[in-house]
Design a protein around this ligand. Sequence first.
Ligand code: AMP
Ligand code: TRP
Length: 330
Amino acid sequence: MRILSGIQPTNVPTLGNYLGAMRNFVKLQEEYKDADILVFVADLHSITIPKDKSELKKNIKNLAALYIAVGLDPKKTHIFIQSEVKEHSELSFILECNSYIGEMERMIQFKEKSVKQGQTVTTGLLTYPCLMAADILLYDSNYVPVGEDQKQHVELTRDLAIRFNNRFGETFTVPEPLIRKSGARIMSLQDPLHKMSKSDPNPKGCISLLDDINEAKNKIRRAVTDNLGVMAYDKENQPGLANLIDIYSLLEDINVPNILEKYKGLGYKEFKEDLAEIVGKTLEKIQTKYNEIINSKELDTILDEGREYATTLARKKINKVHKKMGLGRN
Ligand code: AMP
Ligand code: TRP
């Protein structure tokens, strides 16, 4: 059984990326001990919206190091950089020729992002789902852990796999999305009705995994709550507090009723102070490992090994695709 997922290297990952995605990859290592797990840095995806060269380079390396810093074990999980395995682009074009423009235009993410880009929507932003399908189908991935927002792309991948298999004969495994039920959406600390995101205009709303620890703790202490003053989990009337309770619950692995019981009769201040400590400890642990690895030979060795492993699998699949379609001489 194979599990595959990736994250785009846009900015430094946030606490939301960690709790909604990265930490789940780490859990999968424990839950699926026999599975072959591939996790990659989706750098080709990130250029669908043009990026500054030196920022991109830095973010690619940061994300790779953070995968390891949050607990991915390179002995269990193959970690690699998407653009270093050329077969992703190769299969992507082939899938573009087996998909329809209408299918691409229907993708919710394309619609949302293209509105923001106005006149400068790249062709890559439109064909992005074919690249994502290539990432998944190259490796016969059975399960693809993603956030709710990526479910539609995995469903399209399934359609493309089935279409290709019907047309050219059995070639690709049809994947399934793996969406965690408890994978809460972490909201902005300043505007709890919007998701925590690096592009938040207010930096106090977002904690990045490489934030200064004291600064991060202060962001928790100053998070927007409400003036009801009652420790309760009520997303509608106390969305800020509910978000903080979610973060607490995920980081400490304590369920919400137990948290409410623990802080019954106490004020938000005590709760926030404890959460600030918890967040601080989490970041400290991640940053210690990150600092150890970011400029090490070890990181390069891990990424070289990941690239070699992925390339071997991907090459085999591309050769099969060429044969099935009648491309090349063999
Ligand atoms: P993005 O940064 O939007 O490219 O997302 C990368 C991964 O992190 C995806 O699996 C998202 O679902 C997840 N993610 C991003 N932001 C959040 C958030 N605020 N809460 C939970 N998960 C998130
Ligand atoms: N598109 C995903 C995102 O923006 C990242 C991604 C690219 C991915 N290729 C993938 C996730 C393949 C899972 C499988 O979050």
